[in-house]
Design a protein around this ligand. Structure first.
Ligand SMILES: C[S@@+](CC[C@H](N)C(=O)[O-])C[C@H]1O[C@@H](n2cnc3c(N)ncnc32)[C@H](O)[C@@H]1O
Length: 196
């Protein structure tokens, strides 16, 4: 089970192979198409904060969450360097419902679902549901590779739907068309509306 120390150690050692060094291109495209209406966004497992800063640049009010202190420190420095209003908080995402119930218009997810132990996925779905306002949306860029082991733990689009469809209307879940080269053909972009 990858715990806080596991992730923190990777940040401290600079062995962050998942980090693409910029906001995910499929999020950029999504925001440049008729963008979702502005609102309050939680970015779960935000890492160094590129996606959170991107959403803030498009007019969203954003809080990025990660439990690795070094990720939060670096994300906060990034926000400062570009004069962004985004906030970053060091939290375990599984603790968020106690603090942020029905609080966010959007949850943004990028390689967080694949980072948690698969045995925690049902709890993860309940976290997302709990912190969204009624009608709120999950915007997720899921790593849909099929290699064994993890993290990153793979999932098929069908498995992702099965986890979420009880509590979310699956508005779309499509192969991403402009992934970075190392993830070509292995990412799906989803927009799921919570039902509560
Ligand atoms: C694969 S990395 C992705 C980071 C970032 N989204 C990106 O794409 O660069 C997964 C991130 O989730 C964080 N994470 C994993 N489990 C978490 C948890 N239970 N609570 C908060 N953060 C968590 C890790 O610290 C790590 O920064």
């Amino acid at each position: 089970m990858p715990n806080q120390e596991y992730w923190e150690q990777h940040y401290q050692e600079g062995t962050t192979r998942w980090d693409i060094g910029k906001a995910a291109p499929p999020f950029v495209s999504l925001l440049q198409s008729p963008a979702p209406s502005p609102g309050l966004v939680a970015v779960l497992g935000c890492g160094r904060g590129y996606d959170a800063v991107l959403f803030a640049q498009f007019g969203f009010e954003v809080i990025g969450f990660d439990f690795a202190d070094s990720a939060i420190t670096e994300a906060t420095a990034l926000a400062k360097s570009v004069d962004s209003s985004v906030k970053f908080l060091q939290r375990d995402i599984f603790d968020l419902p106690a603090e942020f119930v029905s609080y966010f218009d959007y949850v943004v997810e990028h390689t967080c679902f694949c980072a948690i132990d698969p045995g925690m996925r049902e709890r993860y779905v309940q976290v997302v549901k709990s912190i969204l306002k009624p009608q709120g949306e999950l915007i997720g860029l899921f790593f849909t590779h099929n290699r064994p082991g993890g993290p990153p733990f793979g999932a098929t689009p069908q498995e992702i739907k099965e986890y979420f469809q009880q509590d979310f209307e699956i508005r779309s879940l499509e192969p991403a068309t402009n992934s970075v080269s190392e993830r070509q053909g292995e990412e799906h972009l989803g927009q799921f509306r919570v039902m509560k």
